[in-house]
Design a protein. Structure first.
Length: 294
């Protein structure tokens, strides 16, 4: 069943009603208090204008872990770069909307707590944030598979792998069928939680900052998502049979038509482009500092 989130407002932020008291208890009930909160551990900061931090807050009579993403306006250079790609910078609130939509259609994702946006006189976003609660006892899917999928696999482990492939294919198909494309759909952005032996896994799609909400996901975006997933599995002990099984389950077909094979070829070509781009970025990172430019 979809997890329906009841939204409320507290001062100048929006919040999940279930967490209203937590925010008030920790004095995080205004946009300013959240943006200036500094008792945190930095988790990720790829660019200056955007970071993700971890914080531990009082919740009732105990403590819980939360993640806070804070965005500030990109530089003029970044704006121009995006415009040349016919794109527009997305605020943290975009992720809030995507998370709510995922919950509405029953795709497990992060637990939304609060979000806020500040705009300038022209209506452009100056600052924004999103606060989510930790997905407890869950692991990045790429890390989980790298640790678990070590050959030779027993019959039970093979069956377990096939159940996981089936679930991932069904989840991905549902996401696309419901008009959502991730745009950053790597295995590291899927979390897994073990359930009872022999049962289904719990899979969570995270990092929804770039998600598009559409009436229909076009072929271009399907290829992009599936290629990212394919690329992030290349270093894992998965074989061609595993990948074809996923593709057939995603399409809900026992046999591939010529149209399906064309789609698969597009995915493989896109995977190769991702690999070349990734290699270039690694080379770039290794030369910065030595030569000063890339």
């Amino acid at each position: 069943m979809p997890n329906i989130i009841e939204i409320t407002t507290i001062n100048n932020i929006v919040a999940n009603k279930l967490y209203k008291e937590v925010l008030i208890q920790n004095r995080l009930d205004t946009f300013k208090s959240i943006m200036q909160y500094n008792d945190v551990e930095i988790v990720k900061q790829v660019i200056k204008e955007r970071n993700t931090v971890k914080l531990v807050l009082d919740e009732g009579h105990g403590k819980s872990t939360f993640f806070l993403k804070r965005h500030t306006s990109p530089s003029v250079k970044e704006y121009l770069k995006l415009l040349t790609r016919f794109s527009w910078p997305k605020s943290a609130f975009n992720e809030w909307l995507a998370i709510i939509r995922f919950h509405q259609i029953g795709i497990p994702t992060m637990i939304p707590v609060a979000a806020g946006v500040k705009r300038n006189m022209l209506g452009l976003v100056r600052k924004s944030f999103i606060l989510t609660q930790e997905i407890r006892d869950a692991y990045r899917l790429d890390h989980y598979l790298a640790k678990w999928l070590r050959r030779p696999l027993s019959k039970e482990e093979i069956q377990k792998k096939r159940r996981l492939i089936r679930q991932l294919a069904q989840l991905t198909r549902k996401m696309h069928t419901m008009g959502l494309n991730h745009r950053d759909y790597y295995l590291c952005h899927i979390f897994i939680r073990n359930t009872e032996e022999g049962g289904d896994f719990e899979l969570f799609v995270i990092d929804l900052h770039r998600v598009d909400i559409r009436k229909k996901v076009g072929n271009r975006w399907i290829v992009k998502d599936l290629a990212a997933l394919y690329f992030s599995s290349l270093e894992l002990p998965m074989n061609t049979t595993d990948r074809i099984r996923f593709f057939k389950l995603y399409l809900q077909k026992d046999r591939l038509s010529e149209k399906d094979r064309r789609l698969l070829r597009q995915i493989l070509k896109k995977t190769e482009r991702i690999a070349r781009h990734t290699e270039k970025m690694y080379r770039c990172a290794s030369t910065v500092g030595k030569q000063g430019t890339c």
